[in-house]
Write a protein that binds this ligand. Structure first.
Ligand code: IPE
Ligand code: IPE
Ligand code: MG
Length: 229
C-alpha cells in the first residue's frame, strides 16, 4: 500500500471557539481570541512542515445570522490580526489569499484585506487562503454567473473550476474539522469531491502542532482510490 505524502493543501473548519469559552465561563469573544492564537500556532506548524497551501474557514455566509455584537467582535479581531500580522507575513514569506464574497464586509476590513493580499502577493512560502464571508454554494453560483456573462452555451467541469474564487488553488487533499461536529457547513463543496476528512473532538482554541500532526498521520494511513481500484 502506498502511503500518502504530505498534502499540498489542507483546509480547516476552525470550530468550537464558543464552546471553549463556555467551558471556562468566559464570553464567546474570549474563545475567538484564543482561536486566533491557535491560528498562529497552526500556521507556524504548517510552515515548518513545508505545506504549500492552507485554507482557514474564518467566517461563513451563514455566520451573519449571529448576534450583532459577536459579528462586530469577530470583524474587529480580524482587523487587528491583519494590522498585526501583515509584517510578520512579509518576514516569513507568507502569501495571503482570500476566498469569499465582498458583500456586507465593511470598507475598512476590505481595505485591510486588499492591502495585505497585494503586499504579500509575490511571497513564495506558505499560501494562507482565508475563507471569509465564504459559502460554497455562493462560490459555485458566482462561477456559473461569470460563465453566463461570457455567453457560454455549455460549460465543463474545468470551466467551473477556473471561475472559483481562487482558481490556482489545488483541491484540498485533507479537510480537518475541530469540535466534534461532522459536517461541511457550506465549505468547499466543489473542491472536496475527493478530499479526505479528519474530524477531531479537540476545540479549535486547543488545536496545535501536535494535533495537526495527528491529522497528517491519519491522512498518511488512508488509501485514496479516486474511483479506481
Ligand atoms: C468557530 O467557532 C468560529 C466561527 C464560526 C466564526 P464557533 O463560534 O462556531 O464556536 P461554537 O461552535 O459555538 O463552539
Ligand atoms: C462553520 O462553523 C464556519 C466556520 C468555522 C467559520 P459554524 O459553527 O458556523 O457551523 P455550524 O453552524 O455548526 O454548522
Ligand atoms: Mg460552531
Amino acid at each position: 500500500m502506498q502511503s500518502n505524502v504530505l498534502p499540498k493543501h489542507i483546509a480547516i473548519i476552525m470550530d468550537g471557539n464558543g464552546r471553549w469559552a463556555k467551558k471556562r465561563h468566559l464570553p464567546r469573544l474570549a474563545g475567538h481570541n484564543a482561536g486566533a492564537q491557535a491560528v498562529q500556532r497552526t500556521l507556524q506548524a504548517a510552515q515548518t512542515l513545508g505545506i504549500p497551501f492552507i485554507t482557514l474557514y474564518a467566517f461563513s455566509t451563514e455566520n451573519w445570522s449571529r448576534p450583532k455584537e459577536e459579528i462586530e467582535g469577530l470583524m474587529a479581531l480580524l482587523s487587528q490580526a491583519l494590522d498585526k500580522y501583515t509584517n510578520t507575513a512579509m518576514k516569513e514569506n507568507i502569501r495571503l489569499w482570500v476566498s469569499g464574497s465582498r458583500d456586507k464586509l465593511s470598507p475598512t476590513v476590505l481595505e485591510k484585506i486588499d492591502k495585505a493580499v497585494k503586499l504579500t502577493s509575490k511571497n513564495t512560502g506558505l499560501t494562507v487562503n482565508l475563507a471569509l464571508n465564504y459559502g460554497a454554494r455562493q462560490e459555485i453560483t458566482a462561477a456559473v454567473n461569470k460563465l453566463l456573462a461570457q455567453n457560454k452555451k455549455e460549460i465543463t467541469v474545468e470551466d467551473i473550476s477556473a471561475c472559483l474564487y481562487q482558481p490556482a488553488l489545488p483541491d484540498p487533499e485533507l479537510i480537518i474539522r475541530t469540535s466534534g461536529e461532522e459536517r461541511l457547513s457550506n465549505f468547499l463543496l466543489w473542491q472536496s469531491a475527493y478530499s479526505e476528512f479528519y474530524f477531531t473532538p479537540v476545540l479549535w482554541p486547543d488545536f496545535n502542532a501536535e494535533e495537526l500532526q495527528k491529522a497528517l498521520d491519519e491522512y498518511a494511513r488512508r488509501t485514496r482510490r479516486f474511483g479506481g481500484l
